[in-house]
Design a protein. Structure first.
Length: 366
């Protein structure tokens, strides 16, 4: 293929890759999560929050608490003053996704009248935010009128969450906090996805998927080992369960309320997520090679398990890395990991498994 044709093909692929979601966005958008009914955008004066016209009979979705920093622009459209400083904006989705008195996230048009998104401003600056049903967006450098602008947004009432931004933005994450440096953004708007995660039967569906891969790719014995779900049919289930629980305690993989449901060597699947013993990619910016002073990307040993709760796992992407045993794991926020598979499955087979597991989890989201 000629150089001209190669360049043309590149641009076609680039355009196709940007055709879905936010204009200019090319990051992995994770699982097929539902989009939230709000749009968060900004200008030099501060943040703007408005609703999408997704429900004709929904009425006014935004229930905005009175504040000197909030200006109502129109129906379900508010401007938030840049003068809020470090005070976080709280967007509470609880009464939208799961109104009081309902047992599910399925609504009729009558139910829609009671669905509201509550917006208020915290009086005090917020530190690290680790509530299980909440996520934090820290938007930085979004105003050209100020040398340094920062706004913190807390979204409550969500089990899983994804933030998409212009490809020119710099995104990073730490636990449940996503930082967006927007000083190069051409599209001054965030794509927000998320919902509630129904885990009632996850301890049954995950072992079923594991047994499917045992039958498909491994015939000598059970590669994935079933635990709680197999107590009545597997004489070794109790012993295996004891072994996995010891691993969880030894490596402090997950919390004491979690329960393991399946494992494969150094992969542990639980009700709350997935634990992997892997290597983590580290970008050593300060370390230079002797050739042309280029930065070195180093892969250092990661001796303990890295636990991915379902709200993180659902946004991961998986690809081949080297040979038949290594695969590369990425999230949308510039974090990368290397996983070395064991003798049972190749990296291609494990990629299929992880993608199918991600699809299984995403079907549990409302």
């Amino acid at each position: 293929m000629s150089r001209t044709n190669t360049i043309a093909l590149f641009f076609v692929i680039a355009i196709l890759g940007q055709s879905v979601g936010l204009a200019g966005q090319h990051r992995n958008s994770g699982a097929n999560l539902p989009e939230l009914p709000i749009i968060v955008s900004w200008n030099d004066d501060g943040l703007r929050i408005r609703t999408k016209n997704i429900e004709a009979n929904a009425g006014n979705l935004l229930n905005v608490a009175a504040s000197q920093y909030f200006e109502k622009i129109g129906n379900d459209f508010i401007q938030i003053s840049i003068e809020t400083g470090t005070k976080p904006i709280v967007i509470d989705m609880t009464n939208y996704l799961h109104p009081a008195g309902t047992a599910s996230s399925t609504f009729s048009l009558i139910d829609a009248e009671d669905r509201q998104i509550n917006i208020e401003m915290e009086r005090l600056p917020i530190g690290n935010y680790y509530e299980e049903n909440s996520f934090v967006i820290e938007l930085q450098n979004f105003s050209s009128a100020r040398r340094y602008s920062r706004q913190v947004v807390v979204l409550k009432g969500l089990d899983v969450f994804y933030v998409g931004a212009d490809a020119c933005a710099t995104l990073s994450s730490d636990n449940r906090t996503v930082t967006v440096d927007a000083h190069k953004c051409e599209v001054k708007q965030l794509l927000l996805k998320g919902g509630l995660l129904n885990l009632r039967d996850i301890d049954h569906k995950v072992p079923v998927l594991c047994r499917k891969y045992n039958d498909r790719y491994y015939s000598e014995s059970n590669a994935f080992v079933c635990l709680e779900d197999c107590k009545g049919e597997d004489p070794d289930a109790a012993t295996n369960l004891k072994h996995v629980r010891k691993l969880i305690t030894k490596y402090n993989i997950t919390d004491f309320e979690d329960e393991p449901v399946s494992f494969l060597d150094n992969i542990i699947l639980t009700k709350k997520g997935l634990g992997l013993n892997l290597k983590v990619q580290q970008n050593n910016v300060g370390l230079k090679t002797k050739r042309k002073g280029k930065n070195v990307v180093a892969f250092s040993a990661y001796d303990n398990y890295r636990f991915f709760p379902w709200h993180e796992f659902i946004n991961l992407s998986f690809s081949k890395y080297a040979g038949e045993k290594q695969l590369l794991i990425r999230d949308p926020y510039n974090n990368s990991y290397i996983y070395n598979s064991q003798i049972h499955f190749s990296n291609v087979e494990l990629i299929q498994f992880f993608n199918e597991l991600k699809a299984l989890i995403s079907t549990q989201v409302n």
